[in-house]
Design a protein around this ligand. Sequence first.
Ligand SMILES: NC(=O)c1ccc[n+]([C@@H]2O[C@H](COP(=O)([O-])OP(=O)(O)OC[C@H]3O[C@@H](n4cnc5c(N)ncnc54)[C@H](OP(=O)(O)O)[C@@H]3O)[C@@H](O)[C@H]2O)c1
Length: 260
Amino acid sequence: MEFADRYGPMAVIAGGSEGVGAAYAMELAERGLDLALIARNPGPLDATADQVRKAFPERSVLTLTVDLSAPDAADRVVALTAGNEVGLLIYNAGASSRSGNFLDGDLEFPQSLLAVNAATMMALVHAYGRPMKARGRGGIVVMSSMAYLVGNPGLAAYSGSKAFSTLFCEALWHELRPHGVHVLSHVLGMTDTPANARNYPGMGGMGDKPEDIVQQALAALDKGPVLRATGGDETAQYLGSLSRDAAVATMYEMGAAFRD
Ligand SMILES: NC(=O)c1ccc[n+]([C@@H]2O[C@H](COP(=O)([O-])OP(=O)(O)OC[C@H]3O[C@@H](n4cnc5c(N)ncnc54)[C@H](OP(=O)(O)O)[C@@H]3O)[C@@H](O)[C@H]2O)c1
Protein backbone atom coordinates (compact mmCIF):
# COMPACT_ATOMS: atom_id res chain seq x y z
CA MET A 1 0.00 0.00 0.00
CA GLU A 2 1.26 3.51 -0.81
CA PHE A 3 2.30 5.62 2.17
CA ALA A 4 -0.55 8.12 1.75
CA ASP A 5 -3.13 5.31 1.44
CA ARG A 6 -1.75 3.67 4.56
CA TYR A 7 -1.35 6.81 6.74
CA GLY A 8 -3.27 9.58 5.00
CA PRO A 9 -4.93 11.71 4.04
CA MET A 10 -4.04 13.95 7.02
CA ALA A 11 -1.31 13.84 9.67
CA VAL A 12 -1.50 15.71 12.96
CA ILE A 13 1.90 16.79 14.28
CA ALA A 14 1.63 17.87 17.92
CA GLY A 15 4.81 19.89 18.24
CA GLY A 16 5.09 20.56 14.53
CA SER A 17 6.88 23.89 14.33
CA GLU A 18 10.54 23.12 14.99
CA GLY A 19 13.18 20.40 15.00
CA VAL A 20 11.84 16.88 14.55
CA GLY A 21 8.26 18.16 14.13
CA ALA A 22 9.24 20.51 11.31
CA ALA A 23 11.24 17.72 9.64
CA TYR A 24 8.13 15.51 9.84
CA ALA A 25 6.05 18.25 8.25
CA MET A 26 8.29 18.47 5.18
CA GLU A 27 8.70 14.71 4.82
CA LEU A 28 5.02 13.86 5.26
CA ALA A 29 3.94 16.57 2.81
CA GLU A 30 6.41 15.14 0.30
CA ARG A 31 4.86 11.70 0.88
CA GLY A 32 1.45 13.13 0.00
CA LEU A 33 -0.18 13.92 3.35
CA ASP A 34 -2.11 17.01 4.38
CA LEU A 35 -1.05 18.44 7.73
CA ALA A 36 -2.31 19.90 10.99
CA LEU A 37 0.60 21.51 12.85
CA ILE A 38 0.39 22.36 16.54
CA ALA A 39 2.72 24.45 18.74
CA ARG A 40 2.64 27.32 21.24
CA ASN A 41 4.63 30.02 19.44
CA PRO A 42 3.07 31.35 16.23
CA GLY A 43 6.33 32.58 14.63
CA PRO A 44 8.08 29.22 14.04
CA LEU A 45 4.70 27.52 13.44
CA ASP A 46 3.75 29.90 10.63
CA ALA A 47 7.27 29.74 9.19
CA THR A 48 7.13 25.92 8.98
CA ALA A 49 3.60 25.96 7.55
CA ASP A 50 4.67 28.48 4.90
CA GLN A 51 7.74 26.44 4.04
CA VAL A 52 5.56 23.36 3.44
CA ARG A 53 2.97 25.32 1.43
CA LYS A 54 5.69 26.81 -0.76
CA ALA A 55 7.35 23.45 -1.43
CA PHE A 56 4.09 21.49 -1.78
CA PRO A 57 1.31 23.90 -2.86
CA GLU A 58 -1.11 21.02 -3.43
CA ARG A 59 -1.05 20.10 0.27
CA SER A 60 -3.46 21.56 2.82
CA VAL A 61 -1.74 22.80 6.01
CA LEU A 62 -3.78 23.73 9.09
CA THR A 63 -2.17 25.35 12.12
CA LEU A 64 -3.16 25.86 15.74
CA THR A 65 -1.33 27.66 18.52
CA VAL A 66 -2.19 25.94 21.78
CA ASP A 67 -0.35 24.84 24.89
CA LEU A 68 -0.71 21.07 24.99
CA SER A 69 -0.63 21.16 28.79
CA ALA A 70 -4.01 22.94 28.84
CA PRO A 71 -6.98 20.77 29.86
CA ASP A 72 -8.88 21.67 26.66
CA ALA A 73 -5.88 21.26 24.33
CA ALA A 74 -6.89 17.90 22.86
CA ASP A 75 -10.45 19.14 22.19
CA ARG A 76 -9.07 22.16 20.37
CA VAL A 77 -6.80 20.01 18.20
CA VAL A 78 -9.67 17.67 17.37
CA ALA A 79 -11.89 20.67 16.52
CA LEU A 80 -9.19 21.97 14.17
CA THR A 81 -9.18 18.72 12.19
CA ALA A 82 -12.97 18.19 12.20
CA GLY A 83 -14.13 16.85 8.85
CA ASN A 84 -10.68 15.48 7.97
CA GLU A 85 -9.57 11.87 8.14
CA VAL A 86 -6.47 11.75 10.33
CA GLY A 87 -4.43 8.64 9.49
CA LEU A 88 -1.22 9.55 11.30
CA LEU A 89 -0.58 11.14 14.70
CA ILE A 90 2.93 12.31 15.49
CA TYR A 91 3.19 13.35 19.14
CA ASN A 92 6.50 15.20 19.25
CA ALA A 93 6.15 17.91 21.93
CA GLY A 94 7.43 17.05 25.39
CA ALA A 95 10.99 18.12 26.19
CA SER A 96 11.69 19.59 29.61
CA SER A 97 12.88 23.19 29.56
CA ARG A 98 13.83 22.98 33.25
CA SER A 99 15.85 20.68 35.48
CA GLY A 100 16.50 20.63 39.21
CA ASN A 101 15.60 18.58 42.25
CA PHE A 102 11.87 18.00 42.46
CA LEU A 103 11.26 19.60 45.84
CA ASP A 104 13.35 22.68 45.02
CA GLY A 105 10.94 23.83 42.31
CA ASP A 106 7.24 24.60 42.08
CA LEU A 107 4.68 21.90 41.37
CA GLU A 108 3.15 23.67 38.40
CA PHE A 109 5.98 22.97 35.96
CA PRO A 110 6.24 19.17 36.47
CA GLN A 111 2.45 18.94 36.41
CA SER A 112 2.29 20.73 33.07
CA LEU A 113 5.03 18.45 31.70
CA LEU A 114 3.03 15.44 32.78
CA ALA A 115 -0.08 16.89 31.13
CA VAL A 116 1.80 17.22 27.81
CA ASN A 117 3.52 13.83 27.97
CA ALA A 118 0.66 11.80 29.41
CA ALA A 119 -2.83 13.37 29.62
CA THR A 120 -3.02 15.24 26.30
CA MET A 121 -1.01 12.57 24.50
CA MET A 122 -3.50 9.92 25.66
CA ALA A 123 -6.49 12.12 24.78
CA LEU A 124 -5.26 12.60 21.20
CA VAL A 125 -4.39 8.91 20.82
CA HIS A 126 -7.93 8.10 22.01
CA ALA A 127 -9.57 10.62 19.70
CA TYR A 128 -7.66 9.69 16.54
CA GLY A 129 -6.91 6.04 17.36
CA ARG A 130 -10.57 4.95 17.45
CA PRO A 131 -11.36 5.97 13.87
CA MET A 132 -8.01 4.53 12.74
CA LYS A 133 -8.95 1.20 14.30
CA ALA A 134 -12.39 1.32 12.65
CA ARG A 135 -10.75 2.00 9.26
CA GLY A 136 -8.20 -0.77 9.79
CA ARG A 137 -5.21 1.45 9.05
CA GLY A 138 -3.16 4.30 10.47
CA GLY A 139 -0.11 5.14 12.56
CA ILE A 140 0.82 6.71 15.89
CA VAL A 141 4.35 7.85 16.77
CA VAL A 142 5.11 9.22 20.24
CA MET A 143 8.50 10.72 21.01
CA SER A 144 10.22 9.39 24.09
CA SER A 145 13.69 9.76 25.57
CA MET A 146 16.48 7.57 26.91
CA ALA A 147 15.43 9.11 30.24
CA TYR A 148 12.60 6.54 30.27
CA LEU A 149 15.04 3.76 31.12
CA VAL A 150 16.05 4.86 34.62
CA GLY A 151 15.00 7.62 37.00
CA ASN A 152 17.00 10.74 36.16
CA PRO A 153 17.90 12.79 39.26
CA GLY A 154 17.13 16.42 38.44
CA LEU A 155 14.59 15.34 35.80
CA ALA A 156 12.33 13.14 37.92
CA ALA A 157 9.02 14.15 36.34
CA TYR A 158 10.50 14.10 32.84
CA SER A 159 11.95 10.59 33.14
CA GLY A 160 8.74 9.37 34.79
CA SER A 161 6.61 10.87 32.03
CA LYS A 162 8.74 9.28 29.32
CA ALA A 163 8.56 5.87 31.05
CA PHE A 164 4.78 6.27 31.02
CA SER A 165 4.79 7.24 27.37
CA THR A 166 6.94 4.33 26.21
CA LEU A 167 5.08 1.68 28.23
CA PHE A 168 1.73 3.11 27.11
CA CYS A 169 2.83 2.86 23.47
CA GLU A 170 4.13 -0.68 23.90
CA ALA A 171 0.79 -1.88 25.22
CA LEU A 172 -1.12 0.03 22.55
CA TRP A 173 1.12 -1.44 19.85
CA HIS A 174 -0.09 -4.92 20.82
CA GLU A 175 -3.72 -3.86 21.12
CA LEU A 176 -3.84 -2.17 17.73
CA ARG A 177 -1.57 -4.42 15.68
CA PRO A 178 -4.38 -6.85 14.75
CA HIS A 179 -6.39 -3.86 13.49
CA GLY A 180 -3.75 -2.57 11.07
CA VAL A 181 -2.80 0.47 13.17
CA HIS A 182 0.93 0.88 13.77
CA VAL A 183 2.25 2.33 17.04
CA LEU A 184 5.83 3.37 17.70
CA SER A 185 7.54 4.82 20.75
CA HIS A 186 10.54 6.60 19.28
CA VAL A 187 13.21 6.95 21.95
CA LEU A 188 15.54 9.81 21.13
CA GLY A 189 19.02 10.45 22.43
CA MET A 190 20.55 13.87 22.05
CA THR A 191 18.98 15.47 18.99
CA ASP A 192 19.92 18.71 17.27
CA THR A 193 16.73 20.72 17.84
CA PRO A 194 16.25 24.43 18.57
CA ALA A 195 14.72 23.51 21.95
CA ASN A 196 17.73 21.45 22.91
CA ALA A 197 20.05 24.34 22.03
CA ARG A 198 17.88 26.68 24.15
CA ASN A 199 17.56 24.27 27.08
CA TYR A 200 21.25 23.32 27.12
CA PRO A 201 23.37 26.17 25.81
CA GLY A 202 26.62 24.75 24.43
CA MET A 203 24.86 21.62 23.09
CA GLY A 204 23.59 23.36 19.95
CA GLY A 205 24.48 21.47 16.77
CA MET A 206 25.12 18.24 18.66
CA GLY A 207 23.30 14.94 18.33
CA ASP A 208 21.13 13.24 15.72
CA LYS A 209 19.68 15.38 12.93
CA PRO A 210 15.87 15.72 12.88
CA GLU A 211 15.67 14.61 9.23
CA ASP A 212 17.49 11.36 10.10
CA ILE A 213 15.20 10.80 13.08
CA VAL A 214 12.16 11.07 10.81
CA GLN A 215 13.55 8.64 8.22
CA GLN A 216 14.40 6.10 10.96
CA ALA A 217 10.91 6.37 12.47
CA LEU A 218 9.03 6.04 9.19
CA ALA A 219 11.13 2.99 8.25
CA ALA A 220 10.30 1.36 11.61
CA LEU A 221 6.68 2.46 11.96
CA ASP A 222 5.14 -0.80 10.74
CA LYS A 223 7.41 -2.80 13.07
CA GLY A 224 7.30 -1.07 16.48
CA PRO A 225 6.90 -1.04 19.35
CA VAL A 226 10.07 0.78 20.48
CA LEU A 227 12.83 2.29 18.37
CA ARG A 228 15.91 3.76 20.02
CA ALA A 229 17.99 6.33 18.19
CA THR A 230 21.78 6.24 17.72
CA GLY A 231 23.60 4.35 20.49
CA GLY A 232 20.39 3.83 22.45
CA ASP A 233 20.44 0.03 22.34
CA GLU A 234 23.99 -0.11 23.73
CA THR A 235 23.14 2.36 26.51
CA ALA A 236 19.99 0.41 27.39
CA GLN A 237 21.92 -2.84 27.48
CA TYR A 238 24.60 -1.33 29.72
CA LEU A 239 22.13 0.25 32.14
CA GLY A 240 20.13 -2.99 32.21
CA SER A 241 23.25 -4.88 33.28
CA LEU A 242 23.64 -2.69 36.40
CA SER A 243 21.79 -2.87 39.67
CA ARG A 244 18.99 -0.32 39.79
CA ASP A 245 20.80 1.94 42.29
CA ALA A 246 23.98 1.84 40.19
CA ALA A 247 21.96 2.66 37.06
CA VAL A 248 20.44 5.75 38.72
CA ALA A 249 23.90 6.86 39.88
CA THR A 250 25.21 6.35 36.33
CA MET A 251 22.40 8.45 34.88
CA TYR A 252 23.24 11.15 37.40
CA GLU A 253 26.89 11.11 36.31
CA MET A 254 25.92 11.10 32.63
CA GLY A 255 23.76 14.17 33.26
CA ALA A 256 26.65 16.17 34.71
CA ALA A 257 27.41 17.74 31.34
CA PHE A 258 23.89 19.17 31.25
CA ARG A 259 23.98 20.50 34.81
CA ASP A 260 27.40 22.16 34.92
N1 LIG B 1 16.23 17.27 21.58
C1 LIG B 1 16.72 16.25 22.27
O1 LIG B 1 17.94 16.13 22.51
C2 LIG B 1 15.78 15.18 22.78
C3 LIG B 1 16.32 14.08 23.47
C4 LIG B 1 15.47 13.08 23.92
C5 LIG B 1 14.12 13.16 23.68
N2 LIG B 1 13.60 14.25 23.02
C6 LIG B 1 12.16 14.32 22.82
O2 LIG B 1 11.89 14.73 21.49
C7 LIG B 1 10.72 15.56 21.46
C8 LIG B 1 11.04 16.90 20.76
O3 LIG B 1 11.99 17.59 21.54
P1 LIG B 1 12.55 19.03 21.17
O4 LIG B 1 13.96 19.09 21.61
O5 LIG B 1 12.26 19.38 19.75
O6 LIG B 1 11.74 20.02 22.15
P2 LIG B 1 10.20 20.42 22.46
O7 LIG B 1 10.26 21.51 23.45
O8 LIG B 1 9.46 19.21 22.83
O9 LIG B 1 9.65 21.06 21.09
C9 LIG B 1 9.18 20.30 20.01
C10 LIG B 1 7.97 20.95 19.38
O10 LIG B 1 6.87 20.88 20.29
C11 LIG B 1 6.32 22.18 20.52
N3 LIG B 1 5.91 22.22 21.92
C12 LIG B 1 6.70 22.03 23.01
N4 LIG B 1 5.98 22.13 24.13
C13 LIG B 1 4.70 22.37 23.74
C14 LIG B 1 3.48 22.60 24.44
N5 LIG B 1 3.42 22.58 25.77
N6 LIG B 1 2.36 22.81 23.72
C15 LIG B 1 2.39 22.84 22.38
N7 LIG B 1 3.51 22.63 21.67
C16 LIG B 1 4.65 22.41 22.34
C17 LIG B 1 7.45 23.15 20.16
O11 LIG B 1 6.99 24.44 19.77
P3 LIG B 1 6.68 25.59 20.85
O12 LIG B 1 7.88 25.64 21.78
O13 LIG B 1 6.47 26.82 20.07
O14 LIG B 1 5.44 25.16 21.57
C18 LIG B 1 8.10 22.41 19.00
O15 LIG B 1 7.37 22.61 17.82
C19 LIG B 1 10.28 15.73 22.92
O16 LIG B 1 9.25 14.82 23.20
C20 LIG B 1 11.52 15.38 23.72
O17 LIG B 1 11.24 14.88 25.00
C21 LIG B 1 14.41 15.26 22.57
